[in-house]
Design a protein around this ligand. Structure first.
Ligand code: PMP
Length: 403
């Protein structure tokens, strides 16, 4: 499902070697088609826009311009706006991750955190260990640094940490372990507590940096909060990425990286040459918003709505999917991972589904090794229950027609 970036032939200029490894995102291409207004799309990883706190964000921006306009429009430090870093450090502390504000680097979304860590850590030929399947845009980022992947399988409890030891072979020792421990993209599954401990011990034993990407952790709608890998680590082997994209709004483009000071320093140097700093206006407005907005009440509302939508989608899947179809049971986040009945390919199904005005993301691009075609990713956060029901009815009929 991935296509190499197409360049006009003959190219006006020869592109860098690494471009031969950079793939145009199949998902972006799919989203373009799925955006047709008559299509019920479950393809995008989109938060519910009706829950964006638009008024509060607008007011915070208005106040920034009225009260600190000149400072907000000036260049600022690469590390990020002090009060925002402090708020994030204190908020993470409430979640059991105790860091000082100077260990927080504000990034342009957590996507930039992934890129900065890759740039700081990875040389061509290095090995990155990822769960399989894994977040597609992280795979793309790593590919741009000309690395190779070791892929470890996952089950309903997340990455198969018990298999890791066999990946530490001579010449193939990973330089970085990348994973999404909470409500993973694309599977929706969560790494168990036991595996969290085992993974941190493994990384400490072998001195391998873990990149813990946690955009969905706050969106738990059932079960107990699990400690972050970073909070279990006492030896500085974890960089933890967070973001306001799924809790406030992705358009703000504000995320953060926290971790050992020397890594944060290196990330800061690299960010300086990448974009100097994250937009000052957005940082100041977000800090202002958080200083008086009831963020926890807002999170409770998101959790309630997403929990309801997840259960609604599962109910609709139970009603409409033919026998032999299976799916994950997320406790939070935005995605369900569906396994099609034996022998069926989501890649083949996609155009047929589109004809019936329903869309999903075929699972194949999420695999860092051999693509597997029998899976699809469904997003439930972006549609109310009645449209989830109608969408699953259409999708179930398409799948049944192929049996
Ligand atoms: N990591 C994961 C696992 C994601 O799903 C996403 C968003 N799709 C990101 C990182 C990037 O999020 P942002 O840059 O908006 O914070």
């Amino acid at each position: 499902m991935t296509a190499a970036v197409s360049i006009s032939a003959p190219p006006a200029f020869p592109l860098a070697q690494r471009m031969s490894r950079m793939k145009a995102s199949a998902v972006r291409e799919i989203l373009k088609v799925a955006e047709r207004p008559d299509v019920l799309s479950f393809a995008g990883g989109l938060p519910a826009p009706e829950l964006f706190p638009v008024e509060a964000i607008a007011q915070a921006h208005a106040e920034v311009f009225a009260q600190e306009g000149r400072a907000a429009l000036q260049y600022s430090t690469t590390e990020g706006y002090g009060p925002l870093r402090e708020w994030i450090a204190s908020h993470l502390g409430e979640r059991g991750l105790h860091v000082a504000a100077d260990q927080v680097l504000i990034t342009n979304g957590s996507q930039q955190g992934i890129d900065l860590v890759a740039k700081v850590m990875l040389d061509p030929g290095d090995v990155v260990l990822v769960e399989n399947p894994s977040y597609l845009a992280a795979l793309q980022t790593f590919s741009g640094y000309e690395v190779s992947f070791s892929v470890v399988g996952s089950d309903d409890d997340g990455m198969r940490v018990d298999e890791l030891e066999r990946f530490v072979t001579a010449g193939r020792k990973p330089k970085l372990i990348y994973l999404v421990p909470n409500f993973q993209n694309p599977k929706g599954t969560t790494l168990s507590l036991e595996r969290r401990h085992a993974l941190v011990r493994f990384a400490q034993r072998h001195r391998i940096l873990i990149l813990e990407d946690n955009p969905y952790g706050e969106l738990r709608f059932r079960g107990e909060h699990l400690p972050s890998l970073a909070s279990l680590d006492t030896e500085g082997v974890v960089v933890n990425l967070g973001t306001f994209s799924k809790t406030l709004a992705p358009g703000l483009r504000i995320g953060w990286a926290v971790g050992p000071r020397e890594i944060i320093r290196a990330l800061t140097v690299v960010k300086q040459s990448t974009d100097l700093h994250t937009a000052t206006v957005a940082q100041r407005a977000t800090a202002r918003l958080l200083s008086r907005f009831d963020y926890n009440a807002h999170l409770d509302q998101l959790r309630a709505v997403y929990g309801e939508r997840c259960l609604a989608m599962i109910g609709s899947l139970e009603r409409h999917m033919p026998a032999g179809t299976r799916w994950t049971q997320p406790d939070g986040g935005m995605f369900i991972w569906v396994e099609l009945p034996r022998g069926m390919s989501a890649d083949t199904l996609f155009p047929l589904a589109l004809e019936k005005r329903v869309a999903f993301v075929p699972g194949s691009p999420f695999f860092a090794s051999e693509p597997r075609t029998e899976f699809m990713r469904l997003n439930y956060s972006n549609r109310p229950p009645e449209l989830l029901e109608e969408g699953m009815r259409r999708l179930g009929a398409v799948i049944a027609s192929q049996q």
